[in-house]
Ligand binder design. Structure first.
Ligand SMILES: Cc1cc2nc3c(=O)[nH]c(=O)nc-3n(C[C@H](O)[C@H](O)[C@H](O)COP(=O)(O)OP(=O)(O)OC[C@H]3O[C@@H](n4cnc5c(N)ncnc54)[C@H](O)[C@@H]3O)c2cc1C
Length: 497
């Protein structure tokens, strides 16, 4: 009789750096793809698990909002609706409601442990090493070792970098938000007008007073003097957030147009993006059809014309109810779909010119896609009406930023998008680390049997914003690559008779 035996010499070990949203999606995809018989060590610099930097308890006071509606969440083992019914006190989310950062963090943490438990059935052991900040990765002949807290951890077949923006916080950064909010001052300069700035303004407002429902309107009652000045080059808050149900459909249609286009940004914009404006938003199309992509972005996100921030908020809130009733496609959805197409077709990886032009446009893209949740817009308006908040078109220099005084705290809330930085030192490794592409997987398969893979959207240049959709997309690729690596690494004995 011939018996074929599969002997696994040792259970291979994988190291993952960071236990944020990216790692939640990594574990989910490893489970879905049926990974078996491995050990996963997760190194986390802090003590939180699953929620990462933006959604942990220090940063996510209950009134702070993510810009995600339940339908925007890429799927996980337990859906948000299921989770909400069973564990969330059955809170009903309307179409125009976004999830608070706190609840999103709890949901991600729940899914982290859900995947960990399910993976155990596949003989996959996941260990979390909290308070272990990785400082260096070393490559050895056929494995990797990591330095964390002065200790060396070795024998890893692959390392996944899911460290996000890193554990270092910029000086004057608002995070953790409770720190600037808890101080006793009354005069604040918030530098920036986008989502981080809005988080901070609302945290300060909650600390200094309360919002009360009036007749059809929200009123802010300060308990002590509060004077917040938001300063940004545009002098306006982002446009209102619209529920986005159709992005995937638009992406599918756009991809068909994309295949015959030269990968240059203007050509792609003319051929792939503008026709959607012509079809769904003809009145906007008439105004942008002769503009370049960057001029159109600036026009759409109101960064070219100086306008009164209060009026803009008011007008948008009125337009919002009309637009959501008509279920009209929003311009943000079209731009979002266009950028997703650029990312998904890996055009950025192939074309330096396209990459460079998108890189230059990154602040404009961030501004155009940063969408203001309705409930935040209503609160901002209440603060302006109570004379507690004003917004000015003004750029702030580094010197002004450093000039924080006892009763005039300057808080740096400029976009995280501009602060891509390398978080780890890769000793003995090539300095350029990319998210895994099919090409790299093949190299790994054919050549070496170990690799460093990046799943965090911050380690990689993408056209769209580094949100949960990116975490999901990249970590699906990383999970596939890990499986290929592990498959190649298995030891098969010859059949014997
Ligand atoms: C202020 C802010 C607000 C945001 N709001 C939204 C939003 O509303 N919606 C949205 O879709 N996206 C938002 N984003 C983008 C968001 O960051 C991503 O969606 C997601 O959090 C990225 O997940 P991550 O796991 O890659 O990184 P992170 O969430 O940053 O997690 C990385 C983890 O790695 C740990 N770590 C870092 N360095 C090390 C190290 N050397 N050793 C060990 N552990 C380490 C960190 O402690 C952290 O837990 C926001 C980002 C920021 C900064």
């Amino acid at each position: 009789m011939t018996v074929a035996l599969t002997i696994i010499a040792d259970k291979p070990k994988i190291a993952v750096i960071g236990a944020g949203a990216s790692t939640v999606y990594l574990l989910h995809h490893l489970l879905v793809k049926g990974v078996e018989n491995i050990d996963i060590d997760i190194f986390e610099a802090n003590d939180w698990v699953g929620c990462g930097y933006p959604y942990n308890r220090e940063n996510s006071a209950p009134y702070l909002l993510s810009n995600l509606h339940p339908v925007d969440l890429p799927p996980l083992g337990v859906s948000f609706t299921q989770y909400n019914i069973v564990y969330g006190g059955n809170i009903r989310y309307q179409d125009d409601e976004v999830i608070t950062r706190k609840i999103l963090g709890e949901y991600l943490t729940f899914n982290f442990y859900h995947s960990v438990n399910k993976l155990l059935r596949n003989n996959v052991t996941v260990s979390v090493l909290s308070h272990h900040k990785v400082t260096t990765i070393h490559k050895h002949h056929d494995s990797f070792s990591l330095m964390a807290n002065g200790q060396c951890f070795g024998g890893y077949k692959a390392v996944v970098n899911n460290a996000g923006l890193g554990s270092t916080i910029r000086p004057h950064s608002p995070y953790p938000v409770c720190q600037p909010a808890n101080r006793s001052g009354s005069c604040y300069r918030v530098v920036g007008s986008s989502l981080t700035a809005i988080d901070t303004i609302l945290a300060l407002a909650a600390w200094h007073g309360e919002f009360i429902e009036g007749d059809n309107t929200l009123i802010y009652i300060p308990h002590r003097t509060l004077n917040i000045k938001a300063l940004s080059p545009s002098g306006v808050f982002p446009s209102l957030w619209y529920p986005s149900h159709r992005i995937n459909d638009i992406v599918t249609e756009m991809r068909k147009l994309c295949s015959h286009s030269p990968p240059r940004i203007e050509a792609l914009y003319q051929r792939v993006c503008l026709p959607f404006f012509a079809r769904y938003l003809p009145y906007i199309h008439r105004q942008i059809q002769y503009k370049t992509f960057s001029d159109a972005l600036a026009f759409l996100s109101n960064t070219t014309v100086s306008c009164d921030a209060k009026n803009k908020l008011r007008i948008e809130l009125v337009a919002y109810s009309a637009a959501t009733n008509m279920k009209e496609i929003s311009w943000q959805e079209i731009i979002d779909a266009f950028l997703t197409v650029i990312d998904q077709t890996n055009l950025l990886e192939q074309q330096d010119m396209l990459r460079q032009s998108v890189q230059k446009m990154q602040p404009l893209i961030a501004k155009a896609l940063a969408a203001l949740p309705v409930s935040s817009a209503v609160r901002l308006l209440a603060l302006i009406n109570a004379n507690c908040l004003s917004i000015k078109a003004e750029s702030v220099s580094e010197e002004q930023l450093a000039d924080s005084q006892a009763d005039k705290l300057v808080i740096d809330c400029r976009s995280a998008i501009n602060s891509y930085h390398s978080t780890l030192c890769f000793g003995g490794l090539p300095s350029s680390l990319h998210a895994v592409s099919t090409k790299e997987t093949q190299t790994a398969k054919g050549g070496s049997n170990s690799s460093v893979l990046c799943g965090t959207p911050y380690s990689r240049f993408t056209a769209s914003l580094p949100g949960l959709t990116e975490c999901n997309r990249l970590n699906e690729q990383v999970a596939s690559s890990l499986l290929t690596l592990l498959e190649h690494d298995r030891v098969w004995t010859a059949p014997y008779g």
